[in-house]
Every structure is written in structure tokens, then in C-alpha cells.
Design a protein around this ligand. Structure first.
Ligand code: ZN
Length: 275
């Protein structure tokens, strides 16, 4: 005879057991979601090398993807003309880094920082969520703290994965991956099987290094922390910037900063400006 307490214990056991199964199923499903794309790509490489004749049909989809990536890379470059300006302007690269640092500190302060852009030799805009106009003093304080932190050696604040530089580099480097695959395939022998295998392998390498490539491009071309001093001149709320109206769901603050660029080799630094 099963007592009430034993019955309860039995049901608890069944309940625990089914909960355990459910948890295990969730873990397996999550694992499959994470690994299925990699497994599919690995199977594609093995199939291409094992049955080269069977993957000849992949030539056209691969060429289609190549055309799409090429068009996207050109469109990204054309949509970001500021890249050409900022690469040639050391002061603007510093301002760009300070914009990133300010956004990082605003996020740490748990303010609704949505993004920003650098639009001048001495100024940038940070965007918060709608109705944040009363945060002006907090934004000003966050910018000043971000400058002090970068100056004291916390340079990583100036490099952010969400930057437009990373988006452009991502697409251009993907295009380079395809071009490299085509060239390598031609050098090795030009078979479609080799092309498929090389494409998958280089794509996986690109995918693993995508974030690092973007950060490297910022370090090399669009961001600099090479300054001896910087100070906030003005912070003000703006609704439009160079014909770009502010979206309704954002609050924009324009930050004007005076930057003393680091001296180049052989120049003198006036005593007292270091800070
Ligand atoms: Zn940026």
C-alpha cells in the first residue's frame, strides 16, 4: 500500500525526473542551435572533397553570393564617406575615440546610450533614448570622466565593436575572403571542390576574427588616443545636425571638445599643457 506521503514522494520523483528530461532536451537543443551551422559547413567541405563531381552545381550559388557581397561592400563604402575624411585627419580620429569612450562610460552609468557619430574636427554627438534632455549635466560629466580614463591609460575605452568602421571592414574583408578563395583555387588547380572547401574554411576564419578585424581597423585607421590633453568646451542638446534630423525616439547631445594633439617627433610640448 502506498501512503499519501509515499504517493507525494513518487509524484515528486516523477516530476523531478520529467523536469530533468526537459532541462536535458533544452541543453541539447541549445547545443544543436550553436553547433548545427558549423557541422553543416564541415559536412559541406567533406562532401565537396569526397564527391567533387556532385558539387559542381554550387558554382552558381557561390558566384551569386560573391556578387551580393561585392555590391554590399561597395554600398557600405559609399554610405560611409566620413571614413575617407577621418583616415586623413589625426585630430578627428582622436575625437572619434573620445566619442566611443563617452558612449562606453554612459553605458556603464546605465544611461540609455544608443550610439553616436563624429561630425567635426572638435565635436561629436551622443544619442540617448527619447525624453533624456534633462541628462545634460550627466552627459557632460561622463564625457569628462571618459577623457580622464583614456588619458590615464584605459585606451580600450576608445575602441568599440559597434563602430561604423567595423561594419565597413566586416563587409570589405568578407569580399577579400571570396577573392582570396578564387585566386587560391586558381593557383591550386581551379576545381570547384577546392573552391568550396577553401571558401568554407576561410569564411569560418573570417567569422571567428570579424570583431578583432574591426577593432584592428579602428586602431590603424579611424581611432587615435594619441593626445596630451582634452577638455569639454560645451555640451548642448540638438535636434538636427548637418541636415540629418534627430529620430523621434532619440535625444541628441553635441559635445565640443578641445584637444591638444600629441607632439610629433622633434616638436616641443609647452610645459604645463600635459594633463
Ligand atoms: Zn565609431
Amino acid at each position: 500500500m502506498i501512503t499519501n506521503s509515499a504517493t507525494c514522494g513518487l509524484f515528486r520523483g516523477v516530476s523531478r525526473s520529467s523536469a530533468g528530461w526537459r532541462a536535458m532536451v533544452v541543453v541539447v537543443v541549445e547545443w544543436l542551435k550553436r553547433t548545427a551551422p558549423s557541422l553543416a559547413l564541415d559536412l559541406l567541405v567533406i562532401s565537396a572533397l569526397a564527391f567533387p563531381g556532385a558539387c559542381a552545381y554550387l558554382r552558381w550559388p557561390l558566384l551569386g553570393i560573391y556578387a551580393l557581397v561585392s555590391v554590399s561592400a561597395v554600398r557600405r563604402l559609399r554610405a560611409n564617406p566620413w571614413l575617407r575624411t577621418i583616415v586623413r585627419d589625426p585630430t578627428m580620429r582622436i575625437i572619434h575615440g573620445l566619442e566611443h569612450a563617452a558612449l562606453a562610460v554612459l553605458t556603464e552609468d546605465e544611461l540609455p546610450a544608443l550610439g553616436g557619430f563624429t561630425h567635426g574636427h572638435d565635436r561629436f554627438v551622443v544619442a540617448l533614448g527619447a525624453g533624456q534632455g534633462h541628462r545634460l549635466a550627466e552627459v557632460s560629466d561622463a564625457v569628462a570622466r571618459s577623457i580622464r580614463r583614456v588619458r590615464s591609460g584605459e585606451r580600450s575605452l576608445a575602441y568599440q565593436p559597434g563602430c561604423g568602421t567595423s561594419e565597413v571592414v566586416s563587409m570589405v574583408s568578407l569580399w577579400l575572403v571570396y577573392v582570396t578563395c578564387v585566386l587560391l583555387s586558381l593557383v591550386i588547380g581551379g576545381s570547384i571542390a577546392v573552391f568550396v572547401a577553401l571558401s568554407v574554411i576561410t569564411f569560418r576564419m573570417w567569422f571567428a576574427w570579424e570583431t578583432a578585424l574591426g577593432l584592428l581597423a579602428q586602431r590603424l585607421f579611424t581611432v587615435s588616443t594619441d593626445f596630451v590633453s582634452a577638455s569639454v568646451i560645451e555640451v548642448r542638446e540638438v535636434a538636427i545636425m548637418r541636415n540629418y534630423p534627430r529620430p523621434d525616439n532619440q535625444t541628441w547631445f553635441e559635445v565640443v571638445v578641445h584637444v591638444q594633439v600629441a607632439s610629433t617627433h622633434g616638436e616641443l610640448i609647452t610645459p604645463g599643457v600635459l594633463g
